[in-house]
Design a protein around this ligand. Structure first.
Ligand code: ADP
Length: 170
């Protein structure tokens, strides 16, 4: 049976930290389903369609990847997709408590689905979708922190014209 993992998240937007986890996850699993959790009560900067588009564009050269979205319980979604694992990334200690709680809850809900954690690459330890949104909002240069389409769309959202070294082009 192929080893399939779900990599769930908000991806609002996808960052190079996410891409790093995906690239390394692909070395462990036969297939990764990168899936956007759609929570109607949460405020996102980008629509679900925009987030799907940015994820697809950033992973278009990768094999054994599928981009999807889901709502409801993650373990139910994993079972419906015949995935044996949930992949998550860990940055600092601050991620740990929440991730630990969630992994234990998911295990309680379905013991067949294992949560696998990958440590962030050192380069991406301070990279998060929310900090990137804050930086770009005030004109900060986020080149190299997000894939090109995400950079372009972030700058458009905040009405920022590309500056030197900030092309936002693919
Ligand atoms: P969520 O809202 O579920 O935290 P995110 O899109 O922020 O969704 O993140 C999805 C997953 O990717 C989480 O497991 C998160 O810890 C991980 N992640 C986010 N940024 C990084 C990064 N820079 N390095 C490693 N893992 C990361």
């Amino acid at each position: 049976m192929p080893k399939v993992a779900i990599y769930p998240g908000s991806f609002d937007p996808v960052t190079n930290g996410h891409i790093d986890i995906v690239e390394r996850g692909l070395k462990l699993f036969d297939k990764l389903i990168v899936s956007i959790l759609y929570n109607p009560s949460k405020d996102y900067l980008f629509t679900l369609e925009e987030r799907v588009e940015m994820l697809k564009d950033s992973m278009k050269k990768m094999k054994n990847i599928e981009i999807d979205s889901f709502d409801g319980l993650l373990v139910d979604y994993a079972a419906s997709r015949k995935a044996q694992a949930i992949l998550r990334g860990l940055r600092a200690m601050s991620d740990f408590e929440y991730e630990f709680q969630m992994a234990l809850m998911n295990r309680r809900l379905n013991r067949e689905v294992q949560t696998v954690f990958l440590m962030t690459g050192l380069r991406w330890i301070f990279t998060s979708s929310s900090i990137i949104k804050e930086a770009v909002q005030f004109g900060g240069n986020i080149e190299g922190m997000v894939p090109p389409l995400a950079q372009k769309k972030l700058m458009e959202k905040f009405g920022i014209a590309p500056g030197p070294g900030q092309s936002g082009k693919n």
